[in-house]
Design a protein around this ligand. Structure first.
Ligand code: IMP
Ligand code: MG
Length: 169
């Protein structure tokens, strides 16, 4: 299969650093609970967390809505967070926002646990595909409507380990 590079490892690294600085500033160095959405967001979440200098707690949730390359619209919720997020600054870290269904669901769920606030930081944003009104506070890259792989993103569980974001031609 022919994989074309859309965003290089270097571009991701420098943009991640910028976002981390901005996040730290916006939260006034207060503690942040990062909720990393498994499995896709792990690569991005790790790099982002490494660049945030304020106190950071890392937690995980597993939610999936995708099979193959088409959104099924059905959301499977398979792992819950383990930290108490009452009165905390919660930052959901995701690989990509597509229709917005997954994160709308996750955000609502986390908000029901009485946190101080819930914000979203996504590596990739496919704005054109949105079916639900959802605006992530932090976006590393807006991308066109292409099915992308790499840097955590999979096609049937493969290609997550590519060090760049690419697409299949
Ligand atoms: P949403 O609920 O439609 O926003 O779907 C978001 C989820 O679909 C993401 O967390 C990804 O797991 C998956 N997804 C959406 N677009 C892509 C893509 O281009 N490549 C790989 N996975 C994708
Ligand atoms: Mg995902």
């Amino acid at each position: 299969m022919d994989i074309k590079v859309l965003i290089t490892e270097q571009e991701i690294a420098s943009r991640t650093r910028e976002l981390a600085e901005q996040i730290q500033k916006d939260y006034n160095n207060e503690e942040i609970v990062i909720v990393c959405i498994l499995k896709g967001a792990t690569f991005f979440a790790v790099e982002l967390a490494k660049r945030i200098e304020s106190d950071t707690i890392i937690d995980f949730m597993k939610v999936s809505s995708y099979e193959g390359t088409e959104s099924t619209g059905k959301i499977n919720f398979t792992l819950d967070i383990s930290e108490d997020i009452t009165d905390k600054n919660v930052l959901i870290v995701e690989d990509i926002v597509d229709t917005g269904r997954t994160l709308a669901y996750v955000k609502k769920y986390l908000e029901s646990k009485n946190p101080k606030n819930v914000k979203i930081c996504t590596m990739l944003n496919k704005k054109e595909r949105r079916v639900i009104d959802l605006n992530p506070e932090y976006v590393a890259f807006d991308i066109p409507d292409k099915f992308v792989i790499g840097y955590g993103l999979d096609y049937d569980e493969k290609f997550r380990n590519l060090p760049y974001v690419g697409y299949l031609e």
